[in-house]
Design a protein. Structure first.
Length: 140
C-alpha cells in the first residue's frame, strides 16, 4: 500500500476565528469553504478545519476531545523563521506553548496552539530539506 495521507481534518469551534489564525498566522488561503468547513491545499495533502459538531456527525462519533495527543508541524528555513512564525501565529490568535529553543537532538523549535488548542510545532531542522514546492524530505 502506498505511504500517503490525503486529508487531516481538525474539529473547531468557530470557523471565522480559525480562518483568521490560518490566514493571518500562516498566510494560507482556503481552496474551498462554506459555513462549516475550510479546506487548505497543502504540499501533497489537504488540511480541513470543520466545525466540531459537523465532524462528529459525519463520523457518527460524539465527544471528540481537544487537545489531542498529537502535534502538527510546520518546518521553516531558519531559526529566525521559527521565531517570526511563532510571533505571527500569536498575533493571529494562537497561544504560545513553548518559545523557540534548541532541543538536545538539534535544530530549533517552538510550539503554538491554534484557537481550538491544536498544537503546532514550528521547527527548523538542518538535516531536513524543504524544496520550492514546500515538500519536506527527512534527512539529508
Amino acid at each position: 500500500m502506498q505511504q500517503q495521507m490525503s486529508v487531516i481534518t481538525l474539529g473547531i469551534a468557530d470557523l471565522g476565528r480559525s480562518k483568521r489564525f490560518y490566514a493571518e498566522g500562516f498566510g494560507w488561503t482556503p481552496v474551498f469553504e462554506n459555513d462549516e468547513i475550510a479546506f487548505y491545499q497543502m504540499n501533497g495533502f489537504v488540511l480541513g478545519t470543520w466545525l466540531q459538531g459537523g465532524l462528529e456527525a459525519d463520523m457518527q462519533r460524539g465527544g471528540l476531545a481537544r487537545p489531542g495527543a498529537f502535534a502538527l508541524a510546520h518546518n521553516v528555513a531558519s531559526t529566525e523563521a521559527v521565531r517570526t512564525t511563532i510571533d505571527r501565529l500569536k498575533g493571529a490568535g494562537g497561544r504560545v506553548l513553548r518559545e523557540g529553543d534548541a532541543p538536545p537532538h538539534g535544530g530549533f523549535r517552538g510550539y503554538v496552539a491554534d484557537p481550538d488548542d491544536h498544537a503546532w510545532e514550528i521547527a527548523w531542522n538542518p538535516a531536513w530539506s524543504i524544496d520550492a514546492r514546500g515538500l519536506v524530505t527527512f534527512g539529508l
